[in-house]
Structures are given as C-alpha cells and as structure tokens.
Design a protein around this ligand. Structure first.
Ligand code: PEP
Ligand code: MG
Length: 409
C-alpha cells in the first residue's frame, strides 16, 4: 500500500498536486480543502485519511459523493505513519489500523466482503419507487457536485438531483466560469435527468470554500460572514451570470433554482429581483427558458426555520440543510473535530427547527425536503418521514438503503 502525503510540513516538500497521482495511493494529510478533494485523481485514489476535519466538512461529504473511503479527524495519531506503514482502512467504521496483523487483516477483509454482500442485497431497491405504507411517495434524490457525478446518481436510482453544489465549477481556477461554460455544465446535468427535477443551488462560497480570484477581504469568522447568497447579493454580476446560465439551460430538462444560506425574507426578495431582471433580459433577447421553473431556498440558519411562515410565502419549496443548521444551532464549527460532541443533528433542538420548517411549508402548500447529511442517515429517515418530509436528497450510494427503509414504513 502506498501513501501519498500532500503535506509540506512533514516531508518538507512543495505542496503536492492531487490531480495526478502517480500510482494507486492513499492520501494522508493534515487536512484537505474542498478543492483538493474535488479535483483528486479518481483513477488512482484509494482512500483519504486526515488528521483534521469532521464527518460533515466538505472533504468528507465529497469523498462520499465520489465513493472514496475516507476517515477524517484522526488527530495526531497520523504523525507515526510513514511511507512504509501499511494502512488498513474501514471507511464505514471510521477506523484506520496501522500495520495490521494477519488477524486484523482478516477482520477487515471480512468487513469488506460483508459490505459488498449488503450492497448487492440493497441494489434490488435502487429502481423501486419509495412509497410509504399510506401511499405517499417520497422523492429520493442525489446530491451532486457536477456533471461527473451524474452517472453514479442515475446508477443508484436517484429520482432527481436534490442538491447540485455548483460552487465546484468556480473553485480551483483563476477566474469565474463564463456564462457559456456554466450553461454547458447545467445543461449536461439537466439533459441526463430529463423529466426528473434537478435543483441547482446558486453559489455557496465562503466558510471552508474560498475563491482567491474574488479577492474577498479576510474575515474573522468566515462561517458567519459574507457567504453564499449574501455574497451573490453583493456581487450581482457574478450572481446574475449564474442565474442567466441556469435559466438558459432550463430548456434541457426540469431545472429548479435554490438560494443557499437565507437568513431573512428580504434576502429572498432581493435575489428574486435579480432573477426577475435576468428574466426580463432574456425576454428582451427572445431567449427560451422554462417560465414555470420553481424557486426555493435552503433552510440552514435557525432564523429561517423560526420565521419559516413568512419565508414559505415567497418560495416554491424549502430544502433543509441539516449540516449548517446543526452547526448554527449549537454555534459549533462543523469542521472542528474538538466540537464533534456538539454535532448532533438528531438533537431535539435541531428537530424542533426542522419540524417548524416542515409545518410552515405545508401550511402554505409548499413541499419540503432535506439535503443535509441527515437525509441519508438510516436512524433519521423514519423521524423525518414522521414529521412529513416530502423529499430526501443524499450521497448517491445511500439511495438504495433509504428506499428500503421508506418502503418498510
Ligand atoms: C447543509 O448545510 O446541510 C448543506 C446541504 O449544504 P452544504 O453541506 O453544502 O453546506
Ligand atoms: Mg450548507
């Protein structure tokens, strides 16, 4: 087993480029940025192991989307690993065994076999409709980071895309993607899904996702700073270019627009004013677009859940982002492994906020989904269904198990 270490501090080497791994490798790092993870050489990466991070930072989420085993937040235990160390990795259990004994190796191999048998068993559910005992159909959709994830999503039986994280098109480059480049990316996803809905989330930059070419001033507290829609409203050209691209691509399939990180109703109104100006421009140009396209928001800030009644009036749907909703409810950075104990998306405090959002949406005749990691958690699915959720969107590999659970309820 080879170890590839993109860590200039330990090896005194220049920062490694993970886009081209010279041989099949386990990437061992202090930490990885979302760009490192998203752009990794998929042919040769075997697994990620990191000292820092938690299961809901973007590295862990992306690794799941890519289907790459990852164990994050191991702490200083990694210091004793060198190129000769053999690593046994159990991504499901979140454990790494250094130089496993023959017995430990046998246990790991048995786990891998059991996982393969389970996946084979679950594959019978991937193309089934997820219908509850009472006849209600639950939409089970995929979270994707770009066109490269579409094939996997369809293969695992996604009913659509519940969260297209478009920011990955903007990361790891020197200037923003042009309108044409964006149209092409969105169109390719929409075409692949045809009549199945694709929720395109507008830019969510900030927090652990930084873009040097935007020259954003440093912030003391990036997770509480000019992030996502807050940034879009301050950089209308950037935001409007993306909205134009989504509308232009919308003729290729069933597009929906979703604004992230909405805290108050006025932000929806401002974003919708920009959307209307883009519609007017396209109308003036005689350009075709889907005039009935749904527009929704993410509920991931407690104020949005608490004021969901007022927000529901202004949108077609809600999608609850439990990763950030949990972080902001407990005021605990989701990437900080020392605060893992506060990362409790099933805590009554978070569940109350989710419940409020669902009730408010339904009172106003709007549908509501969950696209945070909680949507794919087998313990959470019955709870969310019981609260009346209409859609669940998750990493593709989790879809068959989610459908199995829903069919049993
Ligand atoms: C969330 O916050 O739950 C979410 C889905 O968005 P992201 O993980 O991209 O912040
Ligand atoms: Mg979020």
């Amino acid at each position: 087993m080879y170890i590839y270490r993109p860590d200039d501090v330990i090896l005194g080497m220049p920062r490694a480029d993970l886009r081209v791994l010279p041989y099949p490798a386990i990437v061992v790092a202090r930490d990885l940025t979302p760009v490192d993870t998203a752009s990794v050489d998929r042919r040769n990466v075997l697994a990620f192991v990191t000292e820092q991070g938690s299961t809901t930072n973007h590295t862990a989420i992306l690794a799941q989307t890519l289907g790459i085993p990852a164990v994050v937040g191991l702490g200083t235990a990694l210091a004793s690993i060198d190129e000769q160390t053999c690593l046994g990795i159990d991504g499901a259990a979140g454990s790494v065994v250094l130089d496993p004994t023959p017995e430990e190796r046998a246990v790991l191999e048995e786990h891998a076999r059991a996982l393969a048998v389970e996946q084979e068993h679950l594959s019978q559910y991937k193309d089934r409709e997820a219908v509850l005992g009472n006849g209600k159909r639950i939409e089970v959709s995929a979270n994707i980071g770009g066109p490269g994830d579409v094939a996997t999503a369809l293969q695992f039986g996604a009913n659509g895309v519940g969260l297209y994280r478009t920011e990955f098109l903007f990361l790891d480059r020197d200037s923003p993607p042009s309108e044409e480049e964006q149209v092409e990316a969105y169109r390719s996803v929409l075409t692949a899904f045809g009549s199945k809905p694709v929720i395109i989330r507008t830019l969510d930059i900030g927090g652990d996702k930084r873009i040097p070419y935007l020259h954003l001033p440093p912030e003391t507290n990036p997770y509480l700073g000019v992030r996502a829609t807050r940034l879009g409203l301050r950089r209308p050209t950037l935001f409007k270019t993306q909205l134009r691209a989504i509308l232009r691509a919308s003729t290729a399939g069933t597009a929906r627009i979703m604004y992230p990180m909405i805290a108050i109703a006025e932000e929806i109104e401002q974003a919708n004013l920009l959307l209307q100006s883009v519609r007017d421009e396209l109308d003036a140009e005689g350009a075709a677009y889907d005039h009935d396209l749904q527009v929704g928001i993410m509920i991931e800030i407690p104020s949005a859940a608490l004021d969901a009644e007022r927000l529901a009036d202004r949108v077609d749907f809600f999608s609850i982002g439990t990763n950030d909703l949990t972080q902001y409810t407990f005021a605990a950075d989701r990437t900080n492994r020392d605060l893992n104990y506060l990362y409790q998306p099933l805590h009554p405090a978070v569940l109350s906020l989710i419940h409020m959002a669902i009730e408010a949406a339904h009172t106003h005749g709007k549908w509501v989904g969950v696209c945070g990691e909680l949507a794919g958690d087998p313990r959470a699915i019955p709870v969310l269904i019981d609260m009346g959720i209409d859609e669940l969107s998750m990493s593709s590999a989790k879809i068959p198990r989610a459908k199995q659970i829903i069919l049993s309820l």
